[in-house]
Design a protein around this ligand. Structure first.
Ligand SMILES: NC(=O)C1=CN([C@@H]2O[C@H](COP(=O)(O)OP(=O)(O)OC[C@H]3O[C@@H](n4cnc5c(N)ncnc54)[C@H](O)[C@@H]3O)[C@@H](O)[C@H]2O)C=CC1
Ligand SMILES: O=C(O)CCC(=O)C(=O)O
Length: 448
């Protein structure tokens, strides 16, 4: 029998040698490849196919200049990216991130995660990710619009309703998607579902805004129910105050949990009486302000500078919903010492690899991002379906389908973990279930 551990190690060594600076991408490759060895052992033909080498090499990467004019009339220049990772099971699909930290390594890690996540969704979507090092924070609407128009003036060549369908991510919400869609339509003279997360008046789907946060809670509840833990009455710590965090808080509250924290990149709020979500929405969605403004209205709540402190708050359930690597080993140790029962990842790879190992080996239930936050892209795929049939479904219909999709993803991750002898390890189960589907499609399509 071929030594699949050696094959995996050889591929991991090769990607480090080829792109030594891409740390985030190396981490995600290591996390995935080391857990899919049982699938590779069941399919030795994949080694001859050089399937892992192809799985980790984007089908296409586009990098481009984005010039735009600021409110002072000065020219600014940013860098734009689109990583088209895999079209094995459908058109490339995945968000755009606008944040100063954006680089090729981060986008390749996100695109690789997206490929597996989209496979788990059970819907016909491939994986991609893109964005820019542009920072929308502090920019006027006019500046954001001019940036988005310039970004799309290059991106439009590479996307399309049946080719590649971007959506939002950090720094890209309804406002940005609207400007991007307007420019695409203007250049292409075509009204098509080329982006998801659109406004409801121009082809957006009801429940897309809520989907990632709601989906996270559907998944976490499945995991808790399976372990005879009732979410009702539990104390929850959430990080972030953006799209995912906001609707995770909303659904957790609807399920009867008490959410006591939220945060942004400056610091976190602890409200022992429970987070006032209307106020968070007003600060973040309406005024685009900072989370520290929360305590002006709730003097009993505390605001602390620095975002990692959010994991020092005692809680039963922790939901990291801000960004990658925000929950490190030290945070994991504090959470365990404080009696945490479950961690559910709303953000993409918010926990470091050593934090995950620590949580799992200390009996904490762990819901991995690529499974637990798949609700957003799943409803994006439902938006694509609605656009194709030129119909709009009700909120209830979309939410009902979302719940079914999340239940199915939980069943796949759990079932695959059991089948391959790592019962309860939903991260390994999700990796194996997603990879098995992609690998089968790649094998069937030949050496492309
Ligand atoms: N929007 C979506 O549908 C999906 C988003 N995700 C992931 O969820 C996470 C959050 O995305 P969104 O809520 O869409 O973005 P967003 O831009 O709406 O919100 C991001 C939040 O994280 C905070 N943040 C950013 N950098 C931070 C840092 N270094 N430390 C602490 N907080 C920081 C921001 O202040 C903001 O509150 C990201 O990892 C994203 O990739 C995953 C699946 C779908
Ligand atoms: O809705 C989409 O296509 C993007 C979702 C996304 O970026 C993610 O799942 O990380």
């Amino acid at each position: 029998m071929a030594d699949m551990k050696a094959y995996v190690q050889q591929v991991l060594d090769e990607i480090v040698k080829r792109d030594p600076d891409q740390k985030e991408f190396h981490n995600t490759a290591k996390e995935i490849l080391t857990s899919i060895i049982p699938v590779l052992e069941a399919h030795p033909e994949y080694q001859k196919d050089r399937l892992l080498e192809r799985f980790l090499e984007p089908e296409r990467t586009v990098i481009f200049r984005v010039p735009w004019v600021d409110d002072n009339g000065d020219l600014q220049v940013n860098r734009g990216f689109r990583v088209q990772m895999s079209s094995a099971i459908g058109p490339y699909k995945g968000g755009l991130r606008f944040h100063p930290s954006v680089n090729l390594s981060i986008l390749k890690f996100l695109a690789t995660e997206q490929v597996l996540k989209n496979a788990l969704s059970g819907l016909p979507i491939g994986g991609g990710k893109g964005g820019s090092d542009f920072d929308p924070k502090g920019k006027s609407d006019g500046e954001v619009m001019r940036f988005c128009q310039s970004f799309m003036t290059e991106l439009y060549r590479h996307i399309g309703a049946d080719t590649d369908v971007p959506a939002g991510d950090i720094g890209v919400g309804g406002r940005e998607i609207g400007y991007l869609f307007g420019q695409y339509k203007r250049i292409r003279d075509t009204y098509e579902g080329v982006l998801t997360g659109k406004g409801l008046t121009f082809g957006g789907s009801l429940a897309r805004t809520e989907a990632t946060g709601y989906g996270l809670l559907y998944f976490v509840k499945d995991m808790l129910d399976d372990n005879n833990i009732d979410i009702k009455g539990k104390t929850v710590a959430v990080s972030g105050a953006g799209n995912v965090a906001t609707y995770a808080i909303e659904k957790a509250q609807q399920m009867g949990a008490k959410v006591v924290t939220c945060s942004d990149s400056n610091g976190y709020v602890y409200d022992p009486e429970g987070i006032d979500l209307d106020l968070v929405k007003d600060i973040k969605e309406v005024r685009r302000g900072r989370i520290k403004e929360y305590v002006e209205k709730h003097p009993k709540a505390e605001y602390h500078e620095g975002c990692k402190g959010v994991w020092t708050v005692k809680c039963d359930i922790a939901l990291p919903c801000a960004t990658q690597n925000e929950l490190d080993l030290e945070s994991a140790k504090t959470l365990v010492a404080n009696g945490v029962k479950a961690v559910g990842e709303g953000a993409n790879m918010p926990s470091t690899l050593d934090a995950i190992e620590y949580l799992q080996s200390n009996g904490v239930l762990f819901a991995p991002a690529k499974a637990a936050n798949a609700g957003g892209v799943s409803v994006s795929a439902l938006e694509m379906s609605q656009n194709s049939e030129r119909l709009s479904w009700t909120f209830e219909e979309v939410d009902h389908r979302l719940k079914g999709i999340m239940d199915n993803i939980y069943a796949q991750a759990k079932g695959c973990a059991e089948k391959y002898g790592c019962k309860g390890n939903l991260l390994a189960g999700a990796n194996m279930a997603g990879f098995a589907k992609i690998a089968e499609a790649m094998h069937a399509q030949g050496w492309v």
